[in-house]
Design a binder for this molecule. Structure first.
Ligand SMILES: Nc1nc2c(ncn2[C@@H]2O[C@H](COP(=O)(O)OP(=O)(O)OP(=O)(O)O)[C@@H](O)[C@H]2O)c(=O)[nH]1
Ligand SMILES: [Mg+2]
Length: 418
């Protein structure tokens, strides 16, 4: 069965596409890091069954987060027949880094340029045939949320014959020289092309170092080559390679980015900027906490609704009805106290769940859904990033941190889900 893996940066629409291709449902949200583990699904295209695999978002092949490690391991171990690299059309300059790395890894890549609608809103138009021509791989434009272009992915998947991509990025001569001599010394199997294995070793990839140390007899010589190359440069090799790759990407983008009209900022864009910048973002955060959480969840949900349900529903109707039926038809004292006693099933269980927990949880999730779907949470994460960086975390930690003030279990659950 042919295996198709969806990879790409966080929040580019991989899971929306996966859901369409397989008819399954995996969580989709506008918060990066929604998918934290791999999901598998199957789809029949023209009578042939394909296995599709959704992966957690990854920015680069050199993993920093646990999610990136999962995706990288999957790519190396599962030997996919096709890799669907899903990218955000708005940020093509940043996104093509991974495309070039995937090509260097030796994978048959199909490039899915998603969020075309958002790119257009930002005045970004792309000549995708030209991009496909330069890279020598199929390039498909999609708007996943509207289902546009997704049928084309199925067509390309079944038609894709793994030819050699036309584009091959050549680094500076001394780097190419080091890649050449390290590749020649590599004898082990790592699920990557030799070139990519050498490139990762040059960049000091820890996972590969540990494996190569174990597998390669010539590891000391490989290490000597890496150190020699490092000594030519002032910066670490990951940075040097990224800069060289970026130059190549900029050249590609010069012929692919059709026009870049700067429209006057819409209301959405202005709001987005205001929520991200500390001078305005922190007062907005205070307003969200005061009105959204304190007034709406605290005063309205936990105060007004709780009291309203108790005084207008339970006290006049449900309590007397329950008392009547229980005392009338249940003659046993123990059963009466089990249901209606001070700590009874009705008194403490049902009544508390209905009049206390339900209004609080409903108003909280209602408010949370608004914050999530409006796109406020990723902006809050960006706003908080500079504070959290000081304690070795990033802005995304704001959610489990805030939840942890109320309930440790929730915080741990959210952390492990995102
Ligand atoms: N406007 C627009 N929004 C999109 C498009 N595709 C996906 N989205 C939205 O982008 C957000 C992210 O989608 P996901 O499918 O969760 O992204 P993902 O790549 O799986 O993200 P991670 O699991 O975090 O790696 C969701 O809010 C989607 O509704 C698109 O083509 N246009
Ligand atoms: Mg996802």
């Amino acid at each position: 069965m042919a295996k198709v893996v969806l990879v790409g940066s966080p929040n580019v629409g991989k899971s929306v596409i996966f859901n369409y291709l397989t008819g399954q449902y995996v969580a989709v949200s506008n918060y990066p890091g929604t998918t934290v583990d791999i999901s598998r699904g199957y789809s029949k295209i023209n009578g042939k069954v394909y296995e599709f695999i959704d992966t957690p978002g990854m920015y680069s092949l050199i993993p920093i987060t646990e999610e990136e490690r999962v995706s990288r391991m999957l790519l190396c171990q599962e030997k996919p027949d096709i890799v669907l690299h899903v990218i955000d059309a708005k940020n093509i300059r940043r996104m093509l880094h991974l495309t070039l790395q995937l090509i260097d890894m030796g994978f048959p890549v199909i490039l899915v340029v998603n969020l075309i609608d958002e790119a257009k809103k930002n005045g970004i138009y792309l000549k995708l045939e030209c991009l496909s021509e330069i890279l020598g791989i199929p390039v498909i434009a999609t708007i996943a949320t509207k289902g546009l272009g997704l049928g084309k992915i199925k067509e390309e998947v079944q038609e894709y014959s793994c030819g050699k991509p036309r584009f091959s990025l050549l680094f500076s001569p001394n780097i190419e020289q080091a890649i050449h001599s390290i590749s020649a010394k590599i004898k082990g199997e790592y699920g990557l092309s030799r070139r990519m294995t050498a490139l990762l070793l040059i960049q000091g990839d820890k996972i590969l170092y540990a494996l190569a140390n174990h597998k390669e007899r010539a590891f000391p010589e490989i290490l000597a080559e890496v150190n020699k190359l490092n000594s030519y440069y002032q910066y670490d090799m990951e940075y040097v390679l990224a800069v060289e790759r970026q130059r190549a990407i900029d050249r590609i983008c010069d012929s692919v980015l059709e026009e870049r009209k700067i429209y006057s900022r819409g209301v959405g864009e202005t709001l987005s900027r205001l929520t991200r910048e500390p001078a305005t973002g922190i007062p907005i955060l205070c307003l969200v906490i005061f009105f959204g959480i304190y007034q709406f969840v605290g005063k309205f949900g936990a105060g007004f609704l709780v009291e309203y349900l108790d005084l207008n529903l339970f006290v006049p109707y449900i309590n007397p009805l329950m008392e009547y039926y229980v005392y009338q038809y249940m003659p046993w004292d123990w059963l009466q106290s089990l249901i209606m006693g001070k700590y009874g099933f009705f008194t403490l269980g049902f009544r508390y769940a209905f009049i206390i927990i339900l209004p609080i949880v409903s108003t909280f999730f209602f408010m949370f859904a608004i914050l999530e779907d409006s796109g406020y949470l990723p902006r809050l994460a960006m706003l908080m990033d500079f504070i959290f960086k000081k304690i070795g975390l990033n802005g995304r930690a704001v959610i489990p941190f805030a939840l942890g003030l109320g309930c440790g279990t929730m915080a741990v659950m959210v952390r492990s889900k995102r």
